[in-house]
Design a protein. Structure first.
Length: 373
């Protein structure tokens, strides 16, 4: 909980109402000296007077006290995963109402609000009402703006900018995304270099442990970024098969060398799916099926091994990093949601030209996994 600010609040609210200490004292039924002591922090109003003071200033008792409930990192993590599991098991609106109630209660706990934005962004499309989906996206955007206007933590604010951009993309507001991110992500500005400088500083001070820790994290993020960027290149150049196959050749090699199918099957599944779409557009059925098979196998592997981020014998520092993340190492979506998303991906109209019995077979494999959950 933040420090109570009742003294400064009484001073501020009294001045906003343009009344004297005498007038406030007369209304509450105390002496002017008592009000003076309240405002200088020498004493506190009697607990029985708090509702009367709050009523006079037309605020809640919490607002009068300056009480801002806060959640710990562990509480935020537990709350996120509890709500994510509820989205998979309970009616959508029931869980939304519970999460909205928590937002109102912890409206000044900006780390929590940021994770609520992540939660809603990951689950808003569970609503069958398109208007409701838009309404939730607007709520996410509104929470991000609230964070940006009031939070002083640069890291949280940067994340809020990113989440707001994701919402704008979902709403088709590409121009707004370009306006908010183009300057921030200008390749002429220092970005990745900051990590390199920090690692160099650790090396200069002889802190090899931290140098190793940050180097592994940077390396892992950069390797995954190559896969994501390769996926995007195929989306951009989907009509140029020769170029796309060059991309696939390089990304396939990276995946094999760094054993990314085991490390991060979700990202590799997305890559395999886009490769399948690319081949399907080009009428390459056999290659399309091969990539779809890989996509489905990775989704099943993700479910069977547990949706948990982890390192390996090469990236042996990642487990510590994942545990320190705001939401921990546990995945941000439940197994049921992952399967529903994968089945929906197989229903992409682009794949309608394929033999549907093969698509049904792939869906069936996914549905069997859902029955085990």
């Amino acid at each position: 909980m933040s420090t109570l600010r009742i003294s400064e609040n009484i001073v501020r609210m009294r001045r906003e109402k343009k009344i004297t200490q005498d007038e406030l004292a007369a209304f509450v039924g105390v002496t002017k000296a008592s009000v003076s002591k309240w405002e200088t922090g020498q004493s506190m109003p009697d607990i029985l007077l708090l509702p009367q003071l709050a009523s006079f200033f037309d605020v809640t008792v919490d607002e009068l006290l300056g009480y801002e409930p806060q959640l710990s990192k562990e509480q935020i993590k537990c709350c996120y995963h509890r709500l994510a599991e509820k989205f998979a098991e309970h009616p959508f609106e029931e869980v939304m109402q519970e999460s909205e109630k928590l937002v109102r209660k912890y409206y000044s706990c900006y780390p929590f609000l940021l994770q609520v934005c992540v939660l809603w962004l990951n689950h808003y499309n569970l609503s069958k009402d398109q208007n409701r989906q838009i309404e939730i996206l607007e709520s996410i955007s509104g929470l991000c703006e609230h964070i940006l206007e009031n939070c002083k933590d640069i890291g949280i604010c940067n994340d809020a900018v990113g989440i707001k951009a994701m919402v704008e993309i979902q709403c088709g507001k590409a121009a707004e995304v370009i306006e908010s991110l183009e300057e921030i992500l200008d390749p002429n500005h220092m970005q990745g270099e900051k990590e390199d400088i920090l690692i160099q500083a650790y090396l200069m001070t002889g802190d090899m442990e931290k140098a190793d820790y940050f180097t592994q994290i940077a390396m892992f993020k950069n390797v995954l970024a190559l896969v994501v960027n390769g996926t995007q290149l195929m989306m951009i150049h989907g009509q140029q098969l020769e170029l796309c196959e060059k991309v696939m050749k390089r990304i396939d090699a990276i995946i094999e060398v760094f054993q990314l199918e085991a490390l991060h099957p979700n990202s590799i599944a997305n890559y395999q799916y886009q490769a399948a779409i690319t081949y399907c557009i080009q009428g390459k059925e056999e290659e399309t099926y091969q990539r779809l098979e890989s996509f489905v196998e990775l989704v099943i592997r993700l479910l069977q091994e547990g949706i948990v981020l982890h390192g390996d014998d090469f990236f042996n520092r990642l487990d510590t990093w994942f545990e320190e993340l705001d939401l921990g190492a546990k995945g941000v979506r439940t197994g049921k949601f992952v399967i529903e998303s994968a089945v929906a991906a197989l229903e992409n109209p682009v794949l309608a030209t394929l033999k549907q019995e093969k698509i049904h077979e792939l869906k069936g494999r996914l549905m069997k996994e859902e029955e085990k959950l």
